[in-house]
Design a protein around this ligand. Structure first.
Ligand SMILES: [Zn+2]
Length: 81
């Protein structure tokens, strides 16, 4: 399980490690920090990630942000001739 927090706005979120792997692909757990962006302030450089495996009793009390779907956003790039 991954606890991700932003040092700037103190936002904390719990993720399942498996969800992060789906999102980031073949990234080592030491690199996860660099790939996360704070959903509140949008900064990358204040993120810290801690991995652990809490006992099941603690886990039911925690809130997780679960990955529902990965959507690729279509971007239009225009050029005026
Ligand atoms: Zn933040």
């Amino acid at each position: 399980m991954a606890h991700i927090s932003c040092g700037l706005c103190n936002l904390r979120r719990n993720y399942l490690a498996g969800d992060l792997l789906k999102l980031l692909g073949n990234v080592s757990i030491f690199d996860v920090e660099r790939h996360m962006r704070c959903t509140q302030c949008g900064r990358k450089d204040y993120m810290t990630v801690k991995f652990d495996l809490p006992p099941p009793g603690d886990r039911v009390k925690m809130k997780f942000r679960r990955l529902v779907e990965i959507k690729m956003v279509r971007k239009f790039i225009w050029r005026d001739d």
